[in-house]
Design a binder for this molecule. Structure first.
Ligand SMILES: Nc1ncnc2c1ncn2[C@@H]1O[C@H](COP(=O)(O)OP(=O)(O)OP(=O)(O)O)[C@@H](O)[C@H]1O
Ligand SMILES: [Mg+2]
Length: 337
């Protein structure tokens, strides 16, 4: 267990009511109230390598860069505090993450209403398009790093953070880091990280919010690859020129072909939505739909949700009502609210 958990002392009274709310790959997150401004914050304490002296300057430079990212769908970084050899990032506090929301839905056997799926995707693509234009890649998009406010605003957390590190296999408290959102080029050992990496992760998240089930829930790197191949097909030099040159590619991989029916069944998406997903899940990273390209897809033409964004508070109320109503009856067929 980490021994360096004494943020109150480090922050010398600037925050009160600290409560630990989670931990991730690089550190621990606390909810707190900023005393002077009386606002709720999320304090992210970044682990520093014990062998290193303090925080590497490249890391600090990158983090300062995140401070300049200003977008409605990116969590605002208020401040960076360096105290007692620890780095604290002070973020705006958002009510819950997307994983929490999916976990509330899952036992009800119901799915997120279509207008939420579209609204969340639109907002996430807007944030990605903004960052990708500035050549900033997230590299670790997953439901835990997507925060959802009561009013239905979706915000990406931890932008740019992962850029300073190699892909870790274990997190701060040595839990295995999820591979479910990792693109095939990284699993096959490519070291060229481009913005298309985030698009693959977003494609997996799209299918997950539409169906309430992870699309590719692999248990280790090889099972992760095979989960992808079973639906998208085993890659070869025809559908992905140059794949055979990637370090972990094997000519003896089991052979599957692309299965659109299975993708439809797994993602619960149809029509234009399924089309967007298909265009995101392209093997050659350069052929993958870009965030900007996705925003002008026909799927978003009917954008009634932008004026009338669904509130999440209302949705949660409905989830609670439905789970109470159905707790006495047997589990029904999957449907939306
Ligand atoms: N700004 C925030 N407001 C509210 N909750 C937050 C905020 N930032 C993070 N959290 C919560 O704290 C949890 C832990 O955050 P953290 O980023 O350390 O871990 P993670 O997202 O699970 O993994 P990773 O380190 O790989 O991003 C998040 O999953 C989220 O639930
Ligand atoms: Mg995170």
């Amino acid at each position: 267990m980490p021994t360096d958990l004494a943020p109150e002392q480090d922050l010398s009274g600037r925050f009160r009511s600290l409560r630990r709310i989670g931990e991730g790959t690089y550190g621990v997150v606390f909810k707190a109230i900023h005393v002077r401004d009386n606002v709720k914050c999320a304090l992210k304490m970044i682990r520093t390598d014990r062998d290193e002296e303090g925080i590497p300057s490249t890391c600090l430079r990158e983090i300062s860069c995140i401070k300049d990212l200003q977008h409605d769908n990116i969590v605002t970084l208020f401040d960076i505090i360096y105290a007692n050899s620890k780095l604290y990032m002070v973020f705006e506090f958002i009510d819950r993450d997307l994983k929490n929301l999916m976990e509330m839905l899952e036992p009800t056997g119901r799915m997120l209403p279509k207008e939420y799926v579209k609204s969340f995707m639109w907002q996430l693509l807007s944030a990605l398009s903004y960052c990708h234009l500035r050549r900033i890649v997230h590299r670790d998009l997953k439901p835990q790093n997507i925060l959802v406010s009561d009013s239905g605003v979706v915000k990406i957390a931890d932008f740019g953070l992962a850029r300073n590190f190699s892909f870790p296999s274990r997190n701060y408290t040595h839990e295995v880091v999820t591979l479910w959102y990792r693109p095939p080029e990284i699993l096959l050992g490519s070291q060229r990280y481009s913005t298309s990496l985030d698009m693959w992760s977003l494609g997996c998240i799209f299918a997950e919010i539409a169906s309430t089930k992870p699309l590719f829930p692999g248990e280790c790197e090889i099972s992760q690859l095979f989960k992808i191949f079973e639906i998208v097909g085993t890659p070869n030099n025809k559908n992905w020129p140059g794949v055979a040159d990637l370090p972990h590619y094997k000519a003896v991989f089991p052979q599957w072909s692309f299965d659109l029916n299975k993708l439809e069944e797994m993602s619960c998406l149809t029509g234009h939505g399924l089309d967007v997903l298909q265009e995101i899940l392209r093997y050659p990273p350069e052929r993958r739909l870009t965030a900007k390209g996705a925003l002008s897809h026909r799927y978003f033409l009917q954008n009634e949700f932008t004026q009338n964004r669904p509130t999440v508070t209302e949705l949660i109320k409905q989830i609670r009502m439905h789970s109470r109503a159905s707790s006495s009856s047997s589990r029904q067929e999957k449907s939306t609210f």
